[in-house]
Write a protein that binds this ligand. Structure first.
Ligand SMILES: Cc1cc2nc3c(=O)[nH]c(=O)nc-3n(C[C@H](O)[C@H](O)[C@H](O)COP(=O)(O)OP(=O)(O)OC[C@H]3O[C@@H](n4cnc5c(N)ncnc54)[C@H](O)[C@@H]3O)c2cc1C
Length: 446
């Protein structure tokens, strides 16, 4: 055995596929009984799938776009035609396009202030940015109190952050917020559907990427084997799972930071690489399934933004085949914690009632799914880890530094498109090259 990869998400599978293509003997051990990690498909009616995890991609996601084509998959544009619905305090409002019925000047100033913040950032090494030490002590909530004066900006800012990062402003440092926005292509790119990061979806679901990568790796992928320990000596690593031990020259850990930290390493991780303190983002993704996308008949796009939960935003995620209408609802931040605590029946009732208030003429849904990423044992939140005050300065310089024969991957180790599928793939490619160049593979015939 040459390399053990821990985690069969996009990062781990990309790394494994790259290593296998270069002739390295590789085994992937995955805790769950499925591959895909934070990509996950749900079959809403026979043959029609929606994304319970990651869904959207844009033209700057070049590795993801290339992988999609390589695996024989296609993309479909995110439907965004018609008017949007807003419940932002006061009356419910319907407006053309996606711009909320709030002061355009105030929101423009807010986006400019965020742009200015991200402009000053050194995205490849946020901890080396000018003013990094100060920005890493402040939370995004403190930044908002200092920089946003208009009540409309103060109302919209947490909703924007919830949508972008599944975060509440008090949970992220200003440095992390600025880094995340810049790493993802800037505030306006990240926020946009047409011409932005949410322009397309993968036909049939993003989980197909992982399924196809895993199919290519065949028996090299082992499911249902959580890794508990990685011990190493001068000659190699011993990776212990719930089913036994594997010996290899090196290991790649491609799991979210807090889960990476839960593995028992011998020798132990240096304190600088200990990641346990990063908090997870929090989202419950809700799918309401209707016989057809009825909102379109009323000139509505399915997009809504709401100050009151549980559904803080909704989007039309109907499958391209038109078999059913699917309204996706995002429940994020503290709201996600509250919602996740509710009994399933109450979750359904509240989500259905809110959707009915937002979109007139909706029939009773024929299906309902709530995917609770807050309590998923092997994700522990989403969309990605949130770096709070102090995390970037402490952890940033060590995120990708190997711990002897243990190498790191996962979207949270990528300074490019951190937190996104693109970041996960780039991290997998980076670690595969790192492994190839670190060890002597002369016995391997590529
Ligand atoms: C609701 C939601 C919406 C999102 N929306 C988008 C979007 O629209 N666009 C976008 O680009 N990204 C989005 N993301 C983020 C995207 O899903 C992630 O960035 C990406 O999938 C992360 O891949 P990864 O391989 O780094 O980690 P993961 O997918 O988390 O993979 C890690 C794997 O490791 C496994 N594992 C964990 N611990 C162990 C262990 N001890 N032993 C063995 N295996 C272990 C896990 O089961 C998992 O399979 C979203 C995520 C969620 C959940």
């Amino acid at each position: 055995m040459s390399v053990v990869v821990v985690g069969a998400g996009l990062a781990g599978l990309t790394a494994a596929a790259d290593l296998a293509a270069r002739g390295v003997e590789v085994t992937v051990v995955e805790a769950r009984e499925r591959v895909g990690g934070r990509t996950h498909g749900i079959e809403v009616v026979p043959g029609s799938w929606v994304d319970a995890g990651a869904a959207y991609l844009g033209d700057r996601h070049t590795e993801l776009t290339a992988l999609t084509a390589e695996l024989g998959l296609k993309t479909t544009p995110t439907t965004m035609t018609g008017a949007s619905r807003f419940t932002l305090g006061g009356d419910d409002r319907t407006r053309p396009g996606r711009f909320p019925p709030l002061s355009a000047v105030a929101l423009g100033e807010m986006f400019d202030a965020l742009d200015e913040l991200t402009r000053l950032l050194r995205v490849d090494a946020p901890w080396l940015s000018a003013d990094a030490a100060r920005l890493d002590t402040l939370t995004a909530a403190e930044w908002a109190r200092e920089h946003l004066r208009h009540p409309d900006a103060l109302l919209f800012f947490p909703l924007f952050l919830g949508e972008m990062m599944a975060a509440d402003p008090q949970d992220v440092s200003v440095l992390h917020m600025a880094f995340y926005l810049r790493s993802g292509g800037g505030v306006r790119y990240l926020n946009a559907f047409e011409g932005g990061a949410q322009e397309d979806r993968i036909d049939g679901g993003a989980h197909l990427l992982c399924q196809r990568l895993a199919a290519g790796l065949g028996e090299r992928v082992r499911l249902g084997e959580p890794v508990r320990a990685i011990h190493q000596d001068d000659d190699g690593v011993t990776v212990t799972t719930t089913a036994g031990s594997l010996r290899a020259r090196a290991a790649v850990v491609a799991v979210p930071p807090s889960l990476a930290d839960a593995i028992d390493y011998r020798p132990g991780l240096p304190v600088s690489r200990s990641t346990g303190r990063t908090a997870p983002g929090c989202a419950v993704k809700v799918h309401l399934v209707y016989p057809a996308p009825v909102w379109r008949e009323h000139g509505l796009s399915g997009w809504s933004v709401n100050a009151q939960g549980p559904l803080l935003s909704t989007v039309d995620d109907s499958p391209a085949d038109g078999a059913v209408g699917v309204l996706t609802g995002f429940v994020t931040g503290r709201e996600a914690h509250r919602f996740a605590e509710l009994p399933a029946g109450e979750q359904r009732e509240r989500a259905v009632a809110q959707a009915a208030r937002l979109f007139p003429g909706l029939p009773r849904p024929i299906g309902f799914h709530a995917t609770d990423w807050v309590n998923e044992d092997y994700s522990r939140g989403c969309y990605a880890a949130l770096f709070g005050p102090g995390d970037w300065l402490r952890l940033g310089p060590h995120l990708t530094t190997p711990h002897r024969r243990v190498h790191w991957a996962g979207t949270e180790t990528s300074t490019e498109f951190f937190g996104l599928m693109e970041g996960a793939i780039r991290s997998g490619r980076r670690v595969a090259t790192e492994i190839i160049t670190t060890y002597d593979w002369r016995d391997i015939h590529v």
